[in-house]
Design a protein around this ligand. Structure first.
Ligand code: UDP
Ligand code: MG
Length: 339
């Protein structure tokens, strides 16, 4: 039997967690030839998420979880899950059922066809706040223009990947992670499948406009240095025009004498140049911040609990292997010859 790990980042998902497990498991348990193993990552939830995960993990042999010491964010949660994946394939999906589990059989077929990865994208954004859709659209445009990591509009993190691709992803050790860019950066063959947007029915979105803007900035700065090139080109152009203008004023003053009026043009120039300098410093400091964060080389996440390393869980797993074998035999209707 091949193994597929399902990595699920969870932050305050008490309302949906059990429904997620039941719905997803109802679908994946019908897929033959594969064992599905869940790696839930509790991203420092303040509600009953961890409590529910403990319950699921005690009840079901195919459930493991990692619990963070605080809220580190979805990116570190995905990284933690991926770095514990040992299966032949690994699926990443959200806990809120917005990533339809019904797509999993199609995704599995795609990797069986030979693709390294099958990723999902939303065909529409029905039900999403218009302001969020607007910023998203602009982000995809800017990102695709500035970086070499192209992604289709509506791409989400829901995907299945081969173990080789997972290893490539976790080999990128940056602390400020932007997975959409990393998935594209590592390459591998990808099949894209579209799906109708699903609204969240339980719990609430964790994203705020501010965090989305920061996420977009991470995406651009992580995969493009074009803004820095833009600053240096702009600096050169402005210096060039400034020299011409200075020469013009100098020649005019020599030929016509000192011209006192000129307050407006001086103020305009000072304000313009001041603005350009501030803007350029802003861009440079965005990169500087990221260098500062990366150079400290802090861990991407800190876990306080991890059933994937606990001995009890391993014992329990062995105990359940027999049950699993029985389930598979029933599925394939294998009748052992009687001795
Ligand atoms: N999530 C997380 N840490 C966070 C925020 C979100 O692990 O700090 C998880 C969340 O539990 C969910 C997924 O990331 O499984 C997507 O979050 P959400 O549904 O809030 O985002 P949206 O679907 O609105 O983009
Ligand atoms: Mg969601």
């Amino acid at each position: 039997m091949k193994q597929i790990d399902i990595v699920v980042p969870c932050y305050n998902e008490e309302e949906v967690l059990v429904a997620f497990y039941e719905t997803t498991n109802g679908i994946v348990s019908k897929i033959p030839d594969y064992d599905f193993h869940y790696i839930f990552v509790d991203d420092g939830s303040q509600d009953l998420t961890l409590h529910l995960l403990k319950g699921l993990s005690n009840q079901y042999a195919n459930v493991d979880y990692i619990s963070f010491a605080k809220n580190f964010g979805k990116e570190p949660a995905m990284y933690a899950g991926l770095s514990h994946s040992t299966g032949d394939y690994c699926i990443i999906m959200d806990a809120d059922l917005q990533h339809p589990p019904a797509l999993i059989p199609e995704m599995v077929l795609a990797v069986e066809e030979g693709y390294d990865c099958c990723a999902a994208y939303r065909l529409n954004r029905k039900g999403e706040a218009p302001i969020r859709s607007f910023f998203s659209r602009q982000f995809y445009k800017v990102n695709n223009a500035l970086t070499s990591t192209k992604m289709p509009y509506g791409a989400v993190d829901f995907r299945i990947m081969s173990h080789a691709m997972v290893e490539a992803i976790i080999s990128l050790q940056e602390v400020e992670r932007f997975s959409k860019g990393i998935f594209s950066y590592v390459g591998f063959s990808v099949k894209w499948i579209g799906y109708e947007n699903v609204e969240r029915t339980m719990g609430q979105t964790k994203w705020k406009l501010r965090s989305l803007l920061a996420y977009a900035m991470d995406g651009i700065t992580a995969f493009s240095v074009k803004p820095l090139h833009f600053v240096s080109i702009m600096g050169c152009l402005i210096s060039f025009f400034a020299i011409i203008y200075a020469l013009y004023i100098f020649v005019k003053a020599v030929i016509l004498g000192v011209d006192l009026p000129g307050y407006t043009s001086t103020i305009c120039l000072v304000l313009f140049l001041g603005g350009v300098i501030e803007f350029s410093l802003g861009i440079i400091s965005e990169y500087l911040c990221r260098i500062f964060v990366e150079i400290k080389n802090r861990p991407i996440y800190i876990a306080k609990e991890n059933t994937l390393t606990s001995k009890d869980k391993k014992k329990k797993k062995h105990g359940n292997d027999k049950k699993k074998k029985k389930k598979n035999e029933e599925f394939y209707q294998i009748n052992e010859p009687e001795n």
